[in-house]
Design a protein. Structure first.
Length: 83
């Protein structure tokens, strides 16, 4: 890890944000970071988590579900339902 300031979460792709979040979790779980650094890492992690959730929500809204009629023919699309 470098000492350079982290990029704002909004500038990161989902994959890059998730990778950085995983690095933060590993460092925090190791217990090797001093208290002040741990607090900064936790704050960055919270921002990254929110960013990832926003990206996933946006992707979810872009996914459509194909509606198939009783005859097996596609009738159109509607928003997908997850969960």
């Amino acid at each position: 890890m470098t000492d350079a300031a982290p990029a704002p979460a909004t500038d990161l792709s989902f994959e890059d944000a998730l990778q950085r979040l995983e690095q933060i979790v590993q460092k925090l779980e190791s217990g090797q970071a001093p208290l002040e650094e741990s607090i900064k890492l936790y704050e960055e992690g919270a921002r990254l988590k929110a960013h990832c959730e926003e990206r996933l929500k946006a992707a979810q809204l872009r996914v459509d579900k194909i509606v198939v009629g009783a005859d097996g023919q596609a009738r159109g699309v509607e928003p997908a339902e997850f969960g």
